[in-house]
Design a protein around this ligand. Sequence first.
Ligand code: ADP
Ligand code: F6P
Length: 358
Amino acid sequence: MAVYQKIGVLTSGGDAPGMNACVKAVVNKALSLGLEVVGIKGGYAGLIAGDLVPMTQETVSRVVSYGGTHLLSSRCPEFKTEEGMAKAIQTCHENGIDALVCIGGDGTFRGATDMTLRGIPSMGLPATIDNDITATDYTIGFDTALNTTVHLIDCLRDTCESHARLNVIEVMGRHCGQIALYAAIAAGSVAVAVPEVPFDEAATIERIRALRAQGRRGMTVVVSEGMFNPDGTPYSETLAKKIQAETGVETKFARFAHVARGGNPTVRDRTTASEMGVKAVELLLEGKSNLVVTKEDDRLSSMDITFALMTDRMYKNTLKEGDLDCFTPEQIEQMRAICDKRRAVIQHLYTVASHVGH
Ligand code: ADP
Ligand code: F6P
């Protein structure tokens, strides 16, 4: 058992609905065990600046239903420098912070590892709308973003139906097509384009032409923001123009962007955030650190952050020389299995989307 007196909690990177519920769970679990908790405002920027706020049951009592993050967030390049990191460690020492819970995406976990390596045991909790963390099947915020996205596509479909139009919709997700795939299936879109699977543009255009010939009025096509033209410009807008030019179907374009990142978290996000928050505190008190809490086949679990980050690189084909040197052949095999499973999920969703997308 580790003996801590005070832990810090922060939210970092892109905000995600459910982050507040997660903070609440960390705070209430830690307080129930007799620990003090400080909130670090604005992610790692707040750690560098010493922007801290004492956390009590009262400070978190009403946040569970709100989107965004009450602890605020930032992208903080200074934290990646030795100087920034040293200031962050100094803040911990000066304020008696013994350990950290860092809620965010893989960038946030890299920061957590850096803090652990410098003597402040840290845990990572996966919160990003993208569901793009290879270590976990699920990230806090994904379900809310999906529900918002699908609601908005439904709205567009109503007006498309009235005017016999098609709407191409670009959704967030960075390099990961999960938001696009689930949304396209749930909204009944006629096609979806994601970075992980080759997109057959000609076949899509042909299908739209055929559907119009059969009398179809309203149609939607979902494109992930991770799809680019060779010159680096977004593919979504290009596709919209091509569809109109080549099929004659009047085609509108919508970029949902950050709107799908806000809003009150769904039950799934609140409950997942709550169980993960509790788990992070339990693991810390068991003397563990540098772990990311995960969902694996719907079960709560955890994974070493370094292992998780290298698995992520393996999945994205961005491994650098020496990255795997400290892992056993069994561990590398385990990483491959995780990557294969993830690829299979994407392929399965794509297949389902193409079966139902008519
Ligand atoms: P996310 O956590 O959602 O992936 P970012 O990639 O922006 O979002 O990362 C959040 C923050 O984590 C960054 O602003 C930075 O402060 C910190 N961070 C990101 N990458 C690293 C890294 N390689 N080393 C240390 N800290 C990092
Ligand atoms: O990681 C979440 C996310 O919303 C991505 O989907 C998107 O690419 C990115 O963050 C946008 O970042 P920012 O809020 O810095 O514009």
